[in-house]
Design a protein. Structure first.
Length: 209
């Protein structure tokens, strides 16, 4: 069964509070999202296995641990998910990056795919799907389905703010995919926006509204 991981580290909660403020402009919003993404990345990768190797320090030989062969792919859901990529790449600079483009139909609130470009060996990698907002869950669920169609079997979903409705949707559709989020908010409103949320993450990232 899918596990929900709420990452409530004080630094993450502090930065998220400033992202929620309507006065926060695109520059600060981008920087805060980048910082939170890196902090969340520590938890998303916490269970990566390690192996021992022998090295020589300036003092002596020593047995130390390194990550044991986990190849990683980061897949943002366009466009807001792009704001979370660099933070994760700071942690895992050798990760490959794929892109899935989805937009929400303003009438039906259902996701519509318009772009998909993935690494050739995506099925061999631990895939971290990133999107700041898990609202209805439709976009995230569809993105995960697309990844599974490409052979992916180890997928994690990382979101900044989640609604209960979106969590239920993803867990029902993909019980094998764990969800990592910094906050679970109250609900969705009539326009399928998260309440209290932080507004449209894409518009706030890029100053398009």
């Amino acid at each position: 069964m899918s596990t929900l991981h709420v990452i409530d580290h004080p630094l993450i909660q502090h930065k998220l509070s400033y992202m929620r403020k309507k006065e926060t402009g695109p520059k600060d919003f981008r920087q805060l999202l980048d910082e939170i993404s890196m902090l969340m990345g520590y938890e998303v990768t916490r269970d990566f296995p390690t192996k021992e190797i022998e090295i020589e320090t300036p003092i002596c030989k020593a047995t130390v641990n390194i990550i044991a062969g986990k190849k990683v792919a980061i897949v943002p859901i366009l466009r807001a998910g792009l704001g979370m990529v660099d933070g994760l790449l700071n942690l895992v600079p050798v990760a490959k990056v794929g892109h899935i483009g989805l937009y929400r139909d303003p009438r039906t609130h259902l996701p519509v795919e318009y772009y998909c470009k993935l690494p050739n060996d995506i099925e061999e990698r631990v895939v971290i799907v990133v999107d700041p907002m898990l609202a209805t869950g439709g976009s995230s669920s569809d993105a995960i389905t697309k990844l599974k169609e490409h052979g992916c079997t180890n997928i994690r979903l990382m979101c900044l703010v989640s609604a209960p409705e979106g969590i239920r949707k993803v867990q029902a559709d993909h019980p094998d995919v764990d969800i990592y989020t910094a906050a679970v908010d109250e609900k969705l409103n009539e326009n399928a926006y998260i309440v209290p949320g932080l507004g449209d993450a894409g518009d706030r990232l890029y100053g398009t509204k």
